[in-house]
Structure formats: structure tokens, C-alpha cells
Design a protein. Structure first.
Length: 432
């Protein structure tokens, strides 16, 4: 009985597989057309097509079978939105308001699709019955609704914390996450779904690349204080961002888009590098280094290596979305954790700096403005200015307004003052 059941299950799976077989042909010399394609020798498609940029055409053949069901063939890459499809020499039009290029047809006769990619030859395809495809799309829209709804809440949550704590890291992470989410939105084919194509689509694509690069730099600087540690790296990033901004044009071809992607990811790597160099400094830097690398290397594989016709970890749009979701969860908690740690450390260090000054004055009652010049010479002019404001018991926000810098930069200077003066306890201050 069990044997018969498993045999039936195996035959059923075999039948389903045979109904969704796709054959393909690479037409490098454009030898085939609608008139002679039936004579061509196709081979079974066992994996997605991934090839370097060329002018080659790719033919797909869905063989006829006995079924009353309608089938849908689609290309799961939003940058491919035109092809030629026909059956019995009759041309078929693509379905409207679809996320990806899709064709609906019967299986009475062989069905052919010709694709000539304008960019790299990355052509992931799928074939399902109409009922199966509609069910899959309904489930996908449900998952997308959850993903974008959750992302929206995370963005609002970061903007709320920015308003409460005036920490730039929350603001720039919200803007960076918005840019990443829009990139995922386009990869999901939603611009195609709303019939936004052509020049508008291209402009939004390039503009969002600029936004990702710019806001990732601002977020990394505010989160890691990388500008204070590596100012040249920040200038390098901003020079690339300016170049990127100048490249915001509507006419997109393969080489332009490849260069654009490389430029964006050079900036992203430059933003990630300080976290690696400062890895041992604190916990929230370690979290940033691990979380950022998820989307970074997935993106490099998808947006650069695949453009060159290769792939190391075979990343697709779904993998990018999962990576972005994990990064969003980790970094959202990391930004909040960092803020709490910095506030705790800052309050402690500010208190000890004030106590340090009082102890020094008590140590020399003849001169109430006594200062240990050897130690004070270690401070920069800006740090001395902030040191005096701390002694006046000004808050970080008040100091930031007076000196015209961000609250994050004030916190960074407070830590530097604390470290340079070697203030660890009241006892150590007395021994200086």
C-alpha cells in the first residue's frame, strides 16, 4: 500500500515537472526568426541564464501538451520588460499591470519567446499554470505588504527617536533605510506593476543609487564617528558621491549602469571599512560591521558580479530582500543600543570631568583657576572650548548649539577629553 502511494506521488511530480519544462536556445548570430525557429534545436533549461553582456538573443520554447489549463511564462527580472512572443506565427502581447514581463497562452501548440537583453544576460524564468501563478502572486503580495509595512514602522520608529534624542544616527538610518526599501520596491517589479517605465523608471533608479550612497555615508559617519577618526575617507566618499550625482541622467546602457553600481558599492565599502578598523573599540561597532556586511556582499554579487556574467553565491532578488530585512532588524536595535550606551558613558564622563576640575582647584586653593597645563595642552582648541562649557554644566544640546556642531560630535569630543586627561576616578585625578 505504501509503495503504491509513493509511486503515485512520484508519477504526479513527474507529470507536473514535464508540464513546466522550458527549452532554450542561444542565438548569437541572429539566425532564427518567427519563420524558421521551429527548425532550431533547443536544449532543456536546467538553470537560470547568466551570461556576460552581448547582443545575443535567447529563445525559449514551451512545448505543447494536452491540457485545458492556461499557462503563464514570466521573466523574474524587472529590468527586462520587452520581448517577442508568438504561437503559430501569431504574436502575443505581454500582460498588463504585472510585476515582471509575463505572457499568458494555451498549450495547444508550441509557444516561443525571444529575448534580447539590453543589459547583461541575466534571465531567470518561470512557467506555471494560470491558477498556480495567481495563487503565488497573491501570497507574494501578502508577504510584500508585511515587509513594507514593517519597514515603514521601523522608519517611523527611528524618526521618533530622532525627535526625542536629537541623535543624527536615527535620522540618517531612517533615510538610508528608505532608500534601500525603494531599491527593494523596484526589484520587486512594483514600478512595472504601476506602469512606470522608460525615462522616469531610469531616473528613479539612478537617483535612488545616489540616495543610497549619500545617506549610507551620513549614517556611517554619525554612527561610527568615522569622520573624526578617518577624515580623508569621508572626503573620498563625498567626492565619489558628487561624481555619482553628476551622473544622474536618463539614458541608461550596460556600461553606464555597471559603472554606476561599482561607484555605489565603492562608497558602501568605504562606509563599512571604519567599522572593521574600529572593530575592537566597542560592541555597537561590531554589530554594525556584521549587519552591514550582509546586504553589502549580497549586493556586490547581484549588482556587479552578475553584470559581469558570474555569480559567487547565486544571489537573487529574494535573497537581497531577506538580507535587507535581517540588516534592518539588527541595525535598528544596534542604533538604539548605541544611543543608550553613549548616553550612559557621556553622563558618567561629564560628571567625572566636572569633578576632576573641582579637585584640581581644591588642590591649589591660592589659585581657583588652576589648570594642569601639561594635561590641557593635550586638548585641541575645540576640545578646550567644550571642556570649559562642560565645567559650566551645559548640556550636550546646549554645547552643540553654542559651538554649532551636532550632538554626536559633542559626545565624541567629550570622550576624547576624558581619554586625553586620563580621568578614570576621583582618586586618579588627585594623583595627577
Amino acid at each position: 500500500m505504501k509503495f503504491n502511494f509513493f509511486l503515485l506521488l512520484f508519477l504526479l511530480q513527474l507529470s507536473v515537472f514535464s508540464q513546466t519544462k522550458i527549452y532554450f536556445l542561444k542565438d548569437s548570430n541572429h539566425n532564427f526568426s518567427i519563420n524558421n525557429i521551429e527548425k532550431a534545436q533547443f536544449i532543456l533549461l536546467e538553470d537560470q541564464i547568466l551570461d556576460k553582456h552581448s547582443n545575443d538573443s535567447y529563445w525559449f520554447k514551451i512545448p505543447a501538451i494536452k491540457t485545458d489549463s492556461k499557462y503563464i511564462f514570466r521573466i523574474l527580472y524587472e529590468r527586462i520588460n520587452s520581448a517577442k512572443a508568438f504561437q503559430n506565427a501569431v504574436k502575443y502581447e505581454k500582460l498588463q499591470n504585472q510585476r515582471y514581463l509575463s505572457y499568458r497562452f494555451s498549450r495547444d501548440n508550441d509557444f516561443y519567446i525571444r529575448v534580447t537583453p539590453k543589459l547583461h544576460a541575466y534571465i531567470p524564468v518561470e512557467l506555471k499554470s494560470e491558477s498556480e501563478m495567481l495563487l503565488k502572486e497573491s501570497n507574494q503580495f501578502l508577504l510584500n505588504g508585511f515587509y513594507y509595512g514593517f519597514t515603514f514602522l521601523i522608519i517611523i520608529y527611528n524618526l521618533f527617536y530622532y525627535q526625542v534624542f536629537k541623535d543624527d544616527a536615527f535620522l540618517y538610518y531612517a533615510l538610508f533605510l528608505t532608500s534601500i526599501s525603494f531599491a527593494i520596491f523596484t526589484m520587486d517589479g512594483m514600478l512595472n506593476f504601476y506602469n512606470i517605465s522608460g525615462k522616469i523608471n531610469n531616473f528613479l533608479l539612478v537617483l535612488n543609487g545616489f540616495s543610497i550612497a549619500y545617506f549610507s555615508s551620513k549614517f556611517a559617519n554619525s554612527y561610527l564617528f568615522s569622520n573624526e577618526y578617518y577624515p580623508k575617507l569621508k572626503r573620498f566618499s563625498y567626492i565619489l558621491i558628487i561624481i555619482l550625482g553628476l551622473l544622474c541622467i536618463n539614458q541608461i546602457n550596460y556600461y553606464y549602469l555597471l559603472f554606476l553600481n561599482i561607484l555605489v558599492f565603492i562608497i558602501l565599502v568605504a562606509n563599512w571599512l571604519p567599522a572593521v578598523l574600529l572593530f575592537k573599540k566597542n560592541r555597537y561597532t561590531k554589530i554594525f560591521a556584521f549587519a552591514y556586511v550582509i546586504i553589502l556582499f549580497c549586493g556586490i554579487d547581484f549588482f556587479i558580479l552578475k553584470f559581469l556574467g558570474v555569480s559567487v553565491i547565486n544571489v537573487d532578488a529574494r535573497t537581497i530582500k531577506i538580507g535587507a530585512f535581517l540588516e534592518m532588524i539588527i541595525l535598528s536595535f544596534a542604533v538604539l543600543y548605541r544611543m543608550k550606551m553613549l548616553r550612559k558613558e557621556n553622563i558618567q564622563m561629564t560628571t567625572e570631568i566636572i569633578n576632576y576640575s573641582k579637585l584640581l582647584k581644591n588642590k591649589n586653593s591660592k589659585n581657583k583657576e588652576f589648570v594642569v597645563e601639561v594635561n590641557m595642552k593635550k586638548l585641541s582648541l575645540r576640545e578646550r572650548q567644550i571642556f570649559n562649557l562642560i565645567l559650566s554644566e551645559k548640556s550636550n544640546k546646549e554645547i552643540a548649539d553654542i559651538v554649532h556642531i551636532s550632538v554626536n560630535t559633542v559626545k565624541f569630543h567629550v570622550k576624547n577629553i576624558y581619554d586625553k586627561l586620563k580621568i578614570k576616578s576621583r582618586k586618579e585625578a588627585l594623583n595627577l
